[in-house]
Design a protein around this ligand. Structure first.
Ligand code: ZN
Length: 143
């Protein structure tokens, strides 16, 4: 696999990249167990996005495996899991963490959140997420 672009995202941080049809992305946890929330949006219309609930109902299972597509809210395949060398599963049930979740959990002070990170990533590319889709939580065990 040719590497076109490599980005390193530190814990609690964000990144973004454009991926064309036929291109691959590889997500690697470099430092210990770390969940990586993944969102995908159509480049020409952010109203079309990777949807955990549409993926679950289309696949008729809770977690995708190698060979499974990940579907958009329009029920079109957006991504496909082509390889998985991780030891765990990838949750599609949990919502993204947000400031209110950390408040409920009793965290004192500011804590970065995946919901805010998505907004920052969209700002970086001059786009808007019209809603906050549930992420594909790579490396996160489901309940
Ligand atoms: Zn999070």
């Amino acid at each position: 696999m040719n590497v076109k672009e490599e980005i390193r995202i530190e814990g609690s941080d964000w990144g973004h990249m454009k991926v064309a049809k036929g291109e691959h992305i590889r997500i690697t946890a470099i430092e210990g167990p770390q969940v990586a929330d993944l969102w995908a949006f159509a480049q020409d219309d952010t109203n079309i996005f990777l949807s955990a609930k549409h993926t679950r109902s289309t696949l008729e299972k809770l977690m995708p495996a190698v060979g499974d597509a990940l579907y958009s809210n329009r029920r079109e395949a957006m991504l496909t899991v082509v390889e998985d060398t991780s030891p765990g599963t990838h949750d599609m049930l949990m919502s993204a963490c947000d400031p209110r979740r950390y408040e409920i959990l009793g965290h004192e002070g500011y804590h970065k959140s995946c919901a805010e990170n998505l907004c920052r990533a969209m700002d970086d590319i001059g786009a808007t997420a019209h809603e906050l889709p549930s992420p594909f939580n790579t490396f996160q065990l489901a309940f």
